[in-house]
Design a binder for this molecule. Structure first.
Ligand SMILES: Cc1ncc(COP(=O)(O)O)c(C=O)c1O
Length: 398
């Protein structure tokens, strides 16, 4: 089955629908607002532990295998190519749970320097407080990561391409080094989604999706998902349940609905993003465009080898200009709102400074880094909007 078809079929099995009430032929699973799950008899109640042993995913309680959330988890596990998945109330909650599930006091974790900043803050804050040693690595390190492995390294955490600067990582080489040292490889796969990067085929053990972005796809819900191999599932699911983590049914429904159209939306983000990125490359106000699908991008060869597409998120480095010129550029944009979260249908712009975040590498740039999320608009409108923005910028840059 082709991956785009899988987005439609994953987790859908109306013929063997475990819902005892049936669905009256309705295509999508219902949104169950549920805490208590009741049983028809004492015998059924007594049989529950044995049923849960046979099928761990037996619905049990609003927080433990809730039927609407389970429908999302099953679909995402199938699409991502993993064994099972666990849904969390945000992408960051999913990241925090994955890290805590595998790390204890005295352990060591390696985290890519270009990782989403709140992941780093969680590692430095919470993991540091728990006595876990944290080392950041150059995302372009590849097989060289073996030299940073310690006997107590339990987790390597990758995000490829990296946040803001889009460095590609040699995931198979990093996986080989992590596994040789007895560690699991986690990867934040939010940028590519399972449409464009199949993590488990490249040696990843634990894949993370901030479902808030492309899975939900409409900027209207917070969702996180952790997908694992069979071996990595027990610690992750145990931690998730013990920590009381669960996703509300309305958000699970929105994520499942978004998932069905991701295979159609993402190629449009890819095409629009590339069209805008290529146009930006030729602009005199732009120093560099950081987009993995552009030939000059460092790591482009890794992207070509491991990825089958790109999403709509990339950055540019502008030539140095006064703050007032940057403000005139950004504030006057018609189709680009100034905002952080991405993956929705709309275009966004965000200035950011990697130099303040990085510790294992040095960020040097001629001017301001500006991250763009390219939405589903007609790219010709976006380009016209940006061209007018550069006119405003130039007028104040002199
Ligand atoms: C790469 C990446 N991972 C994780 C997250 C966190 O997701 P959430 O905002 O749902 O907590 C984000 C959010 O921007 C992100 O960009």
């Amino acid at each position: 089955m082709k991956q785009k078809t899988r987005f439609i079929t994953a987790g859908r099995d109306p013929a063997t629908n475990p819902d005892p009430l049936g669905r009256h032929g309705v295509v999508n699973p219902p949104v169950y607002h549920a805490s208590t799950i009741v049983y028809p008899s004492l015998a059924e109640f007594r049989a529950l532990p044995e049923r849960r042993q046979r099928d761990e995913q037996q619905t049990f309680y609003g927080r433990v295998y809730h039927p609407t959330t389970l429908a999302l988890e099953r679909a995402v596990a199938d699409i991502e190519g993993g064994y099972r998945s666990f849904a969390f109330p945000s992408g960051l909650a999913a990241i925090a749970a994955a890290l805590q599930a595998f790390l204890s006091t005295g352990d060591h974790v390696l985290i890519a320097d270009s990782t989403y900043f709140p992941t780093r803050k969680f590692a430095d804050g919470v993991l540091g407080r728990l006595g876990v040693a944290v080392t950041y690595y150059d995302p372009t390190i590849g097989a060289g990561i073996a030299e940073l492995m310690r006997p107590e390294t339990r987790v390597v955490f990758a995000e490829s391409p990296g946040s803001l600067t889009f460095e590609l990582q040699d995931i198979p080489a990093i996986a080989a080094a992590a596994h040789a040292g007895g560690a699991v490889l986690m990867a934040d796969n939010t940028w590519a989604t399972a449409l464009y990067f199949r993590p488990f085929e490249h040696g990843v053990d634990v894949s993370i999706q901030a479902g808030t972005k492309y899975i939900v796809g409409h900027s209207d819900a917070m969702v996180g998902l952790v997908i694992t191999t069979r071996e990595a599932w027990p610690p992750l699911s145990e931690f998730g349940h013990l920590a009381g983590q669960c996703l509300g049914p309305d958000d699970a429904y929105l994520a499942l609905r978004g998932l069905r159209t991701l295979g159609a939306r993402l190629p449009r983000h890819y095409a629009n993003g590339l069209a805008v990125a290529e146009w930006l490359m030729a602009r005199p106000e732009v120093d560099r465009v950081l987009h993995p699908a552009l030939k000059h991008h460092p790591g482009h060869d890794l992207w070509r080898r491991d990825f089958s597409g790109a999403s709509g998120l990339f950055s540019v480095v502008l030539k140095a200009c006064p703050e007032a010129a940057l403000a005139a550029f950004i504030d006057g944009l018609e189709y680009f709102a100034l905002g952080g979260s991405w993956g929705g249908y709309e275009s966004l712009v965000l200035p950011a400074d990697p130099a303040k975040i990085r510790t294992a590498t040095t960020w040097q740039a001629a001017g301001q880094l500006v991250r763009f999320h390219i939405g589903l608009e007609d790219p010709r409108d976006l380009i016209d909007d940006l061209a007018a923005g550069f006119d405003r910028l130039r007028a104040l840059a002199r």
